[in-house]
Design a protein around this ligand. Sequence first.
Ligand code: UD1
Ligand code: CA
Length: 479
Amino acid sequence: MTDSQLAVIVLAAGQGTRMKSRTPKVLHPLGGRTVVGHVVEAARRLEAAHVLAVVRHERDLVAASISEQLPDVLIVDQDDVPGTGRAVELAVAALPAGFSGDVLVLNGDVPLLTAETLGDLIARHRETGASATILSAILDDATGYGRIIRGADGELDRIVEHKDATEAELAAREINAGIYLFGFAALREQLAALTTDNAQGEKYVTDVLGLLRTAGAAVAALPVSDAWEVEGINDRVQLAAAAARLNTVTIERWQRAGVTVQDPRTTWIDVQATLAPDVTLKPGTQILGPSVIESDAVIGPDTTLFAVEVGAGAEVKRTEASHSVIGAGATVGPFTFLRPGTILGANGKIGGFVETKNAVIGAGSKVPHLSYVGDATIGDETNIGAGTIFANYDGVNKASSTVGSHVRIGSHSVVVAPVTIGDGAYSGAGTVVRKNVPAGSLAINVSPQRNLEGWTESKRPGSAAALAAETANSPTADN
Ligand code: UD1
Ligand code: CA
């Protein structure tokens, strides 16, 4: 149900200098979404009446990425005044007239925060009636973070940025997580009082807390129980650490739901993937994007699936596959490359050193060895002989071929598209199928074989091959 009293502001305008990247920091990927994508997803799950995202650096890229994920988002452009305080000020000004509820401000670079933790924050804030409630964390190493400075009464007094802190303030281990819930009126009033009078010459949203306290308002900082939830991403060391942490959480969630993960250290599962009980993941497996793995499927070792559906009981080993469907009981691999649009029917097989693309392969059909199947539809219970190539490209245009059910394509055939091979047809080994083959016909077009007797002895006299041939052909040969 929509929370009409809630507006969420996602801060995503910063450059992320410490990433040293052409890609904006908030668009770096981890666990199947961008950094800011995780924040936007948490915001979406809160069902706030308004979600706003503030952008500036690489504005179009960041805005497009966020809008694609959350079409209802209101994009706010930050001007040349730097700082998180300015970003919030502009977003608050963009809120619809008449809004008077709570404003949740989320740093766009804190991706592991869960909607549950945010829900608790909102509930606590509304219970206590404070003007502001924020999340904090106790860290062993607080370097870089804003420090929570508590007064003699133990309540939050103000936040000091690392660069502005004194020696004594730097010793504080409680940090500001960059997650704030404000009453709208209190926030708007204090934003107007922000200055850029600090070490970085920026308007800090963190100063709103100290200003509120000075004005006599109630503010509270709630330490989270799991500090990793609020870790910010500022450089690539933190990015990798957060990705690893998210992966561990995701894997443990699936393990508790009945999935066997033989080697969690070398297994990666994106947040959008779903796995049924009794799936087994062998070492070196990546289940990426919105992949769906049904029960009793065995995936790996060394397999990467992106947006792939794997049916119950299927086996997929040493395979790279994307945007494909593998039917129940089917087998794929080892050393197999399924490109987008591959659909393998139940109990089918795509074997070693086979590449497929846009290929619909029916139930029980097999492409066991060393083949390319591109732009083809194959019926049920058909066998494609070793080394068969579906030639789908004449150098200018692509075309498709159709193969029926119960067909036997001989080894090393070339199926030159567009061509149709009827049910129950055969092709001889080495056939180049350029014309349609009616149902039940055998297609052959290789020329008859001639054997030139004695060729080696006469054309390669004295060679090892000639001597071997001479021995084999001598009347005393014992064969
Ligand atoms: C900020 C907090 C710090 C806190 C830390 C938690 C301030 C002043 N400091 O520091 O107290 O401990 O987060 O991770 O807020 N952004 C804008 N516009 C800007 C600048 C930043 O939208 O002008 C966005 C960034 O894209 C980023 C977020 O705000 O998503 C935080 O900015 P960042 O520069 O990373 O702040 P920190 O130095 O980490
Ligand atoms: Ca940060």
